[in-house]
Design a protein around this ligand. Structure first.
Ligand code: NAP
Length: 226
């Protein structure tokens, strides 16, 4: 079964998502407040975003040889909720198998080296394979449901991971926190970074479900896939 997927993101009026130069101070509460109201068993982010939560210490390579087959691994844990990283090459390293109260699940391709799997096993971090060299995101969602019982996933960005789920047609709902600021920078992540300008893919239509005015002229817009 495919879990229900809600994409939650905070964007400027022109769709940019890097808030560092918006001059509005710490915007985490504007993102986290609405996020906490979206029922989900897991939040999922791209590798670049997950690097904000994974280990910042230099990683010491483990000594081999390693005989670890490229099959899914469920690390021992007691958590009921999960933090999922789309990390096809295995770039995030971990000091523990938790981010706050969530158990970490790495989504990998089979191109990851065995030494990386040994690292994840040494920390009891769970991992699933989503393909040989590229990811089948529907398969990934089905595995999250089958192996961990995840029924609802909240995708928390960034633009690349949002775009890849959009491209795969897997987003059921969009939760957009709109910041009252025009960013104007080019070449930075946007709400959805899916394809180049010549794509044949049709745009995805949404239907407005709810809208709420938040503090400081922010809006929280919730859409269902039309
Ligand atoms: N405003 C907000 O609400 C919000 C929320 C989250 C993040 N952000 C910001 O967004 C920025 C990061 O966004 P981003 O778009 O650069 O990165 P991202 O989406 O966080 O991560 C992108 C990386 O994830 C992996 N990935 C994602 N989808 C994949 C797929 N379908 N197949 C294979 N690999 C896939 C790739 O890793 P590899 O490169 O290793 O192959 C890719 O480079 C950060 O500045 C962060 O702070 C803002």
């Amino acid at each position: 079964m495919k879990p229900y997927v809600v994409c939650h993101i905070m964007g400027s009026l022109d769709g940019r998502i890097m808030s560092g130069n918006w001059g509005m101070g710490n915007l985490s509460p504007m993102f986290e407040g609405p996020a906490s109201k979206i029922q989900a068993d897991a939040w999922l982010v791209g590798r670049r975003t997950m690097e904000e939560f994974s280990s910042h210490r230099p990683h010491r390579k483990l000594a081999g040889p390693f005989r670890i087959s490229k099959t899914d691994f469920v690390g021992s844990h007691k958590a009921k909720t999960y933090a999922v990283a789309i990390d096809p090459s295995g770039k995030c390293h971990w000091d523990s198998n938790m981010v706050s109260t969530e158990h970490v699940i790495e989504v990998l391709t089979e191109k990851v080296p065995a030494e990386y799997l040994a690292h994840l096993r040494s920390k009891n971090v769970s991992y699933v394979f989503g393909g040989e060299s590229s990811l089948d995101l529907r398969l990934v969602l089905e595995k999250l449901n089958r192996l961990f019982g995840i029924k609802r996933v909240r995708i928390d960005g960034g633009g690349t991971v949002n775009g890849s789920f959009l491209r795969a047609g897997l987003i059921d709902e969009l939760s957009l926190v709109l910041a009252p600021v025009a960013d104007g920078r080019t070449g930075i992540p946007t709400v959805f970074d899916a394809d180049g300008p010549d794509t044949k893919r049709k745009s995805t239509r949404f239907r407005l479900k709810t809208m709420k005015r938040l503090d400081r002229d922010f809006l929280w817009l919730r859409y269902a896939k039309a």
